[in-house]
Design a protein around this ligand. Sequence first.
Ligand code: NAD
Length: 369
Amino acid sequence: MPANKKLLILPGDGIGPEVMRQVRRVVDWMDRRRHVSFDVAEGLVGGCAIDQHGVPVSDETMADAMAVDAVLLGAVGGPKWDGVPFDRRPEAGLLRLRKELGLFANLRPAIVFDALVDASTLKAEVVRGLDIMIVRELTGGVYFGEPRGITDLPNGERRGVNTQVYTTSEIHRVARVAFDLARKRNKKVHSVEKANVMESGLLWRQEVTKLHAAEFADVELQHMYADNCAMQLLKNPSQFDVIVTDNLFGDMLSDEAAMITGSLGMLPSASLGAEEGGRRRALYEPVHGSAPDIAGRDVANPIATLLSFAMMLRYSFDMDEDAKLIEGAIEKVLKGGMRTADIMAPGMARCSTTVMGESIVRELDKLAA
Ligand code: NAD
């Protein structure tokens, strides 16, 4: 018998616990119907951890996160903790997790479900069937580069500095993730930078080209300037399969691509670290926050978190078939007209978080029958 898959669930604050309850429903279903058992531990992160332990993530929870195969996080934050000092804010818990797990590659799929094709602000014919994966470098670049800071100048002015910096190994490891993903998809990578005006961009282009020639010649590689990529995403998004880019451009382009698909409640993400001993550290989470405006009302959309769980099955546990089952069940429920408030449309049936979760499990039952 292979060892059980070890999973740490951190529901967090606001709607986090509500949407995570629907994941537990699917985990139970898998246990019953697919004979896949997870060793599931739960922990606190964010505001709830501050309330309980005085810190946004405790050393014990960090140790648990380091010991498991994958971490699934809900969301952190809320107005209750707005006055807390910066380094103890709920978000600091998330940053500590990302940093100590060494998560350098952020994966943000932008997928348009057929049933939600009209939720996009773009024309249906432009977005139908869209399936893009954006790989954003997460631990380097201008958000972390030194020198940085604000200084007072002798002439009375002030000067703000941030530094965009990348090394070959930082570029190679994130590009490798993108090429590996492309191999399992449509074998096309767009590498995005501003090589025309930035030395760090030129290095990025040169190093991605080298890596491609040495290890991934079977994958199609195209280079694109970040400003053009922003335009192309709106003009003709289906030309893209995998996009790999730096931290700053990735921050913007992944939000842009995500919004093409409609609602925040539908967007999953994965953050991956280095592979060691056949295991890659990984954290999965919905893109949305804790949504304090709707928390506790059983109206939040659990699909982003369920899709994050499906990503976990695919990327941490190599369980593509089960990931597809969950995605298929979600598609079926949406096709059937069931909608949480955020994706509600005329003629559809509005449902609660709980009913959405239950309906997805019912579809899973049918699909697996
Ligand atoms: P948010 O994503 O929480 O909410 C933005 C809007 O989208 C709200 O109107 C909300 O009701 C709606 N929304 C979000 N997720 C939804 C879902 N699953 N179903 C239905 N509607 C949904 O962003 P915000 O309001 O800017 O931030 C709220 C709190 O969350 C803040 O404390 C912020 O710091 C935190 N935050 C945390 C994360 C994270 O944990 N990764 C990310 C972003 C924001």
